[in-house]
Design a protein around this ligand. Structure first.
Ligand SMILES: [Fe+2]
Ligand SMILES: [Fe+2]
Length: 290
């Protein structure tokens, strides 16, 4: 079973009305204009869509930050680019979780746009308010978290609701079914690539909860984004946390295969940052959790 994972597309459209220039979105728009814009290559997204189809995944996983300031225009832009994955007879099912930039401010139009994107990308399989959800596959349990709520202008933190914390702990601490492996999907990495904690302005506030589950060997693999440089971090117990990074900056696609027969995950990166003709796998790492 194959998961193809991308993250942090960060589409950007300058606000056309005055409202966004009087709240956090002004900072986000200026940040994009002054810092991020020169690194973002939206053509990587078009290449990735083509490449994803050729990889024939069972599921596409998108771990948030579709947008820069969570505006309806930005969601529309990225949804249009992703349309070939979700339409037609060869539509690929998708698991999408919001990123902090998708839930940027408390604004009815922005909230409606996020919910519309959530519904379209997830194919109506679950409502956003129903997260976290657990998806059962043969020998694999997938737990999908929504970690993002609007925050203060100087923060890009995430947090879980108390109910979500409880559901996560119940999932992680439950006795495993026979040969069951566990995959966690959320926006935030639990740790940086080198194992350090993410700084207080940018991390998931409940990261210690997730690290405790890693430490107890209750999770075998985790897919995330948020950090813009892709990485694969191996836990001492064999679990791996894979951050796909910003697709439109680094052009990386994370390909994670799971074999129900062996209970093993194997992972490799695809690179779409080349000239568009030579789409060459750039390396492979295999891991055999637990
Ligand atoms: Fe991001
Ligand atoms: Fe983020």
């Amino acid at each position: 079973m194959r998961f193809v994972h991308i993250s942090d597309i960060h589409s950007s459209v300058m606000p056309r009305s005055a409202g966004p220039w009087f709240d956090k979105r002004a900072l986000g728009a200026l940040n994009h204009l002054l810092r991020r814009k020169r690194h973002v290559r939206m053509e990587y997204l078009a290449r990735a869509v083509t490449r994803i189809r050729s990889l024939a995944p069972d599921w596409v996983v998108i771990t948030g930050d579709l947008t820069s300031i969570g505006s309806p225009d930005e969601f529309d832009l990225v949804l249009e680019s992703l349309r070939p994955l979700r339409e037609g007879p060869a539509a690929i099912p998708c698991i999408f979780v919001p990123g902090n930039h998708d839930a940027y401010v408390r604004n009815p139009a922005a909230d409606a746009a996020l919910r519309k994107a959530f519904g379209l990308l997830n194919g109506g399989r679950w409502e956003m308010d129903a997260l976290p959800v657990e998806i059962e596959f043969p020998c694999l349990s997938v737990f999908v978290l929504d970690e993002c709520r609007p925050t203060l202008p100087w923060l890009s933190t995430g947090r879980l609701t108390p109910a979500a914390c409880g559901q996560f702990q119940a999932w992680a601490s439950r006795s495993r079914r026979e040969n069951e492996k566990r995959l966690l999907i959320g926006h935030y990495p639990c740790r940086l690539a080198d194992g350090r904690r993410i700084d207080w302005r940018r991390r998931l506030e409940d990261d210690r909860l997730i690290q405790a589950a890693f430490d107890a060997r209750q999770i075998d693999a985790a897919l995330c984004g948020h950090c813009h440089t892709p990485f694969l971090r191996a836990e001492s117990g064999g679990a791996m946390e894979i951050c796909a990074g910003a697709l439109t900056v680094h052009g990386r696609i994370n390909v994670l295969d799971f074999s129900p027969l062996t209970g093993r995950f194997s992972q490799c990166w695809e690179d779409v940052s080349g000239n568009g003709h030579a789409l060459i796998p750039i390396g492979a790492v295999t891991a055999a959790p637990g």
